[in-house]
Design a protein around this ligand. Sequence first.
Ligand code: PLP
Length: 369
Amino acid sequence: MIYLDANATEPLRPEARAALIAALDLPGNPASVHAAGRAARRVVETARESIAKGLGADPGLMVFTSGGTEANSMALHGIAPGRRRLVGATEHDAVRAASLAAETLPVVPTGALDLAALTQRLVQGTPALVAVMLANNETGVLNPIADIAAICHTHGALLHVDAVQTCGRLAMDMAALGADSLAISAHKLGGPKGVGALILAPGIDINPLMLGGGQERGRRGGTPSVAAIAGFSAAFIAANAAQTATAAHHVALRAHVLAQVIPAGAVLCGAGPTLPNTLCLALPGVSAEAQLIALDLAGVCVSSGAACSSGKVGRSHVLTAMGLEALAGSAIRVSLPWNVTASDVDNFLHAYRTLAARTRATRDLAPTL
Ligand code: PLP
């Protein structure tokens, strides 16, 4: 099986597996005062310290969650609750569903946020909480978060950043980004599924989504998953250590893919600065579903960026927002995992070129049938 669906989830890193399994044997609850509790608490606090410091953040302002969805939800429900919400048009459903009454901020055709529209909205209304993602999960397009933060702060707004697809893939620093809160998720960087974090900037208050025993400094009730947190931290450290080399490997493979698929008829969706591992490729005239099935039969796992939890292929709100509705039904997402090999990519390319050639042949034959 050739796995090229890293943006759905990354394969577990061996360091994460080892840390997770070791922590499963800890009997204590991190809230207990006895030795077993203290040992579990040490694992959680060491992980908090490693991840927060790696992002230039204060460990005391980091809240472990059940993943990116909960971290986004917590921010959009819990930060500055009285303020209006402004949300980027290409945000993940985790953000869109948590801000149903929000105003939508348009993007420019490249896929990045329209900064002029953001400024105009902020000038017009009352103080806002703005939510903009660092990297888009379907196209990989990066937003200029430091510029967006500056615009937000100039106009008295707060900025929440969904950094789920970026953490572990590109160097990130909370202060340099200027974000007031940041959502991250372990399984997008080679850690276990079901754990993530919301990181707050100094001075940002949050109302908890989940009330309970006062865990996470009263910001999130519930016993944390010690083993998952241990795996998260190990994956984060491994991803960061390998980041420069992995990114360079991905940049080279991405260029190789593009050089082969564009002459085969593919159209790249999204432009400008992009995650090194992500390609959103439309094959006009061939439905995304047909491409996914053909590639799956060839042993290659990719996705349509808009696959929802039911497994159905929907029309991408991201491509639609970019003005690419004509391509939205024929685009697939190829996202390279941390352990991808050149031969994985070559096998994908062989399957893709075969699919594209078959489509061309069918089209050429069509008038004579
Ligand atoms: N935000 C983005 C940009 C994502 O791509 C995802 C997952 O696909 C999420 C949030 C949700 O993260 P999780 O799966 O950890 O809940």
